[in-house]
Design a protein around this ligand. Sequence first.
Ligand code: ADP
Ligand code: ZN
Length: 430
Amino acid sequence: MFWDETIETLGRDSLDKLQLERLQKTVRRVARHVPFYSQKFAAMGLKPGAIRSLADVRRLPFTTNADLRDNYPDGLVAVPPQKRLRLHTSSGTTGKPKALFFSRQDVNQAAELIARCLVMAGTTSADILQNMMTYGLFTGALVMHYGAEKLGMLVIPAGPGNSEKQLLLMQDFRTTALHTTPSYALYFADFLEKKEVDPRKELALRKAFIGAEPYTEETRRKIELALGVEVYNSYGLSEMNGPGVAFECMARQGMHLWEDNFLLEIVDPQTGEPLPEGQTGELVLTSLCREAMPILRYRTRDITSIVPGPCPCGRTHRRIHRITGRSDDMLIVRGANVYPQQIERVLMSLPAVGRNYLICLEGLDEMTVKVELSDASFDGQVDHLVHLQSQIADKLRAEIMVKPKVELVAPGTLPISEGKAKRVVDKRVL
Ligand code: ADP
Ligand code: ZN
């Protein structure tokens, strides 16, 4: 089951050759049309013709998040106004947003990659997709929408939130596939439980495409159990079209990254030096097909590694492991390096824990983890709760080396966000 078998199973040599041609073309185009890059090349004494092999990508400058913000609104655009077809922005957390432009070719190409992903994950034009991502400036919903339509699915543009309505849509139109964030999937699972809806009996769901924020294998399992679906990890970022950059096939052992469209490198997040294949580091991506806004060596800050060996599905595009977090997500708590993902992994492996949590950092260096209980464990028995509290604190200490304060709260009481989940509140006065 392929959308474009020739390209998806292209041999390594042909894929390398295609990548090099597209890289050279991209470099020539930005040198001609994007002053930000032509000035950088001039300062480095780099001529576009100097890129003769794929390894030469290392001679190109990185592009960072800050470069995108500094060149807001359209400093990095390589096409004239009449070729700009769509604008998206990426929120980020501080300061100015990033503006991302698409040409008609970019809109089509992004949809093409989504169609590949959806077929790869085992859906067909007979499936019905309920798209629960935020429509609007954010790439998540629209890019998926166009791709699913390209494949020929019925798409329900539900957007996020309003669980009552989501459920009605699922019931009335027999939704078979969902596109959502892990945090909303968990929230919705909770809602179904409260409504006493058994998704396996009453709904037609079979697959869920889940991404836009990091999550663990434990969370995947929790969603699969609660919604009666197979969860496929979906990775993307607005700078590289949005969703559809990397996606799981039915083997679900890492996400195939579409290498005919993106050149991938894994670098040491501190030094920017390339790491040997298989090592964990920061994903750096160069767009090979984007017309309106090509980006060279984008520092995603996402931490991952390449999955070794060929995939049983027959696709040749290399796979990346689940993103374990962003290089700038790391918290330093009482001298220890802590990733929110480590905390999530511990919490989601405990049946007594519900579906939401919040990490709060306060005062000089105090960490409190607020944890929602599952309905079953919320029995009001004080000694049970006290025991559970210390059990969670001990498990967390074993994982992250610092012992946080654990606060247990009733199911459904922590805030949930419509877009990306906010898992950390840092109010320390250090
Ligand atoms: P913003 O930069 O405003 O968060 P984007 O939509 O561009 O907006 O977000 C892209 C980022 O979302 C990625 O760089 C990555 O950190 C995160 N992300 C997207 N998909 C996944 C996924 N499947 N697993 C982990 N993180 C993801
Ligand atoms: Zn595969």
